[in-house]
Design a binder for this molecule. Structure first.
Ligand code: GLA
Length: 356
């Protein structure tokens, strides 16, 4: 019997939302919460045995046969999608059982699914000696979502879960997949991540609708991708119908905000980072329409606290989490006040995931 263990952390996106499937730029970093997969291969199993047995620390169980992967609409699809794509590309896998343990809350906008895909792919890579680099694992993770699960996500989450390191943000060009590590100036600030308690889902219709709207905008503008335009091209958007104009305007301005945030982080100019967070949230709420009233409240309550540079919705939206930047050593006390005020205003319980 041989066992192989691999881990992938969840991610929080600092800025650059809904830009990845438009060929744009993003700035995610890891969170302490992670998913860990332990694969066991029994020596006694014959080479014809193709069974996969799954168990999770949340008492969920699953089973399927390699070569017989079938969409179920549940968490097992992320794993079935992985083995199907690997085998379809000609790589050999044998029977195994997998134990999954995760501390990334599902539906929190912090990439619980990418962390599951990447930790599983990393464990399979080790167990079956697969010749796959970390970037290739991210590409496969995205294909699992696009081709098997039915969520037309970009590649940010999988790249972050596969490559990002703690304390650094991954400044990623999602078209070329080139990236630079940007140090978060932790001697001057804390990062705060709060889960609103209202779950979101990327495979739900709204996410795919936003993507389709961006494609429609490109078609009208006769370009391949919104990446081709920058802020100086904003007047060009006037020819679009109002909704498409707003969606495209978010993407163009958000890309610019990613570059400005990177510059401000390098200069330790946290007030500017905070202002960019605020602008990003307004753009997601008003132009891209991916926020919900409870998240707006959570952002507003957080941004109002003394010592907060800025706060915004993070991830795909329609629920999920917010990210904020605070003065050093204040995140913990601020988060307690925020959760209390949020509960009073909305009746929902928020959870603090990162306060450091
Ligand atoms: C989800 C998707 C990502 C990205 C974000 C929004 O997390 O998985 O690809 O599009 O939403 O920035």
């Amino acid at each position: 019997m041989k066992t192989f263990t691999a881990r992938a952390h969840g991610r929080v996106n600092l800025i650059g939302e809904h830009t990845d499937y438009n060929g744009g730029w993003v700035l995610p970093t890891t969170i302490p919460q992670f998913t860990e997969v332990t694969l066991t291969i029994e020596d006694s199993r014959s080479s014809a045995d193709s069974s996969v047995t799954l168990t999770t620390s949340k008492e969920r169980k699953g089973q399927y046969r390699l070569g017989h992967e079938q969409k179920t609409g549940t968490w097992i699809d992320y794993l079935q999608g992985a083995t199907k794509l690997l085998r379809d590309s000609g790589l050999e896998l044998g029977a195994f059982s997998a134990k999954i343990h995760s501390t990334v809350p599902e539906g929190s906008g912090l990439s619980s699914s990418a962390a599951l895909e990447i930790s599983f792919l990393k464990a399979l890579r080790e167990a079956f000696n697969l010749p796959l680099e970390d970037v290739e694992l991210a590409r496969i993770g995205q294909r699992i979502e696009n081709e098997f699960v039915g969520a037309r996500v970009g590649i940010m989450d999988q790249m972050a879960c596969s490559l990002a390191t703690a304390g650094e943000a991954l400044f990623l060009d999602t078209q070329s997949l080139t990236y630079e590590s940007i140090t978060i100036p932790r001697m001057h600030c804390d990062l705060l991540v709060i889960n609103s308690g209202l779950a979101h889902q990327n495979s739900g219709g709204d996410y795919n609708t936003r993507r389709a709207e961006c494609e429609a905008a490109c078609k009208e503008l006769r370009i391949h991708s919104l990446r081709e335009l920058s802020e100086k091209d904003l007047p060009q958007l006037d020819q679009l119908p109002e909704t498409l104009k707003r969606r495209a305007r978010h993407v163009l301005t958000e890309n610019a905000r990613v570059f400005r945030t990177v510059q401000a982080l390098k200069e330790h100019d946290l007030s500017t980072v905070g202002r960019l967070f605020k602008e990003s949230h307004a753009s997601m709420r008003d132009d891209y329409a991916v926020s919900i009233p409870e998240i707006d409240q959570l952002v507003e309550i957080t941004a109002k606290q003394k010592g907060v540079f800025g706060a915004r919705l993070t991830g795909g939206g329609f629920g999920g989490s917010i990210v904020a930047l605070t003065e050093k050593n204040l995140a913990q006390s601020i988060s307690e006040d925020v959760c209390k005020a949020y509960r009073e205003k909305t009746g929902h319980s928020a959870t603090v995931l990162v306060a450091r």
